[in-house]
Design a protein around this ligand. Structure first.
Ligand code: HPA
Length: 254
């Protein structure tokens, strides 16, 4: 049996292959865990992996649940509740997102400094689970120490990082040009369909959070092209080695 991990990582689009680097893996299919939903989107399998990465004991979610698949917010964030019960203290998350910041390029890695919850429901809606207060402060959701560590590692490894605000929509539609414009106007640098529910629940559980988006397409006037899931996967795969190196080193040093 592996040791008890303190760090969890959600292997979103573009980080799936990091699972291959986990040493001494113990894989537990979601289908064998009570109350765990099972993920359906192409390119996402579904298992928890316990093992070693960056010299540390970790657990990884290989495949995540999206609200647009029809899961409730409780289901989407159930794995975070499990992480909390297992004693996880740090959560690393990755996703694919459309860039609304005109200075972004396809393939950029954006460290999430803050978010806008534009999903139709807050995952803490309903009776408060007393891992945190009824009305949680959201002033510093993305851990400043982890942000600084990421910057240090990126400088050492010559990985270019962008920083910005991630806005989460329900999906599954990508944005119209008018929506991209509106989100940019609201202060979003990137738009995606995940991460925010999990981070809200993790923050409420006192788990420190770090997230990165791979910019897989651009929602910027004059640069908008037709987006397909395949294009998103392709751009995410291209950024994968840089993302994996960054995440592994964050785990090693945090
Ligand atoms: N919008 C929303 N979600 C996304 C996008 C986008 O442009 N790209 C990848 N995921």
């Amino acid at each position: 049996m592996p040791n008890k991990p303190l760090t969890a990582i959600i292997l979103g689009t573009g980080l799936g292959r990091l699972s291959e680097k986990i040493e001494q893996p113990l894989c537990i299919p979601y289908s064998s865990i009570p109350n765990f939903p099972v993920s359906t989107v192409d390119g996402h399998s579904g298992q928890l992996i316990f093992g070693k990465l960056g010299g540390k004991d970790i657990m990884a979610m290989d495949g995540r649940f999206h609200y647009y698949e029809g899961y409730s917010m409780k289901e989407v964030t159930y794995p975070i509740r499990v992480m909390y019960e297992l004693g996880i203290k740090t959560l690393l998350v990755s996703n694919a997102a459309g860039g609304t910041n005109p200075s972004f390029r396809i393939g950029d890695i954006m460290v999430i400094t803050d978010h806008i919850n534009y999903m139709p429901e807050n995952p803490l809606y309903g009776q408060n689970i007393p891992t945190g207060p009824r009305f949680p402060d959201m002033g510093e959701v993305y851990d400043p120490d982890l942000l600084e560590l990421a910057n240090t590692i990126a400088a050492e490894k010559k990985i270019k990082l962008k920083h910005g605000v991630y806005l989460a929509t329900q999906g599954p539609t990508y944005e119209t040009p008018a929506e991209y414009r509106m989100f940019a106007h609201w202060g979003a640098d990137a738009v995606g369909m995940s991460t925010v529910p999990e981070v809200i629940v993790a923050h409420h559980c006192g788990i420190r959070c770090f997230g990165v988006s791979i910019i897989t397409d651009l929602g910027v006037n004059g640069k908008i092209v037709k987006v397909t899931h395949e294009d998103v996967q392709k751009a995410a795969n291209e950024a994968q080695p840089r993302m994996a190196a960054l995440m592994e080193e964050i785990i090693r040093r945090s």
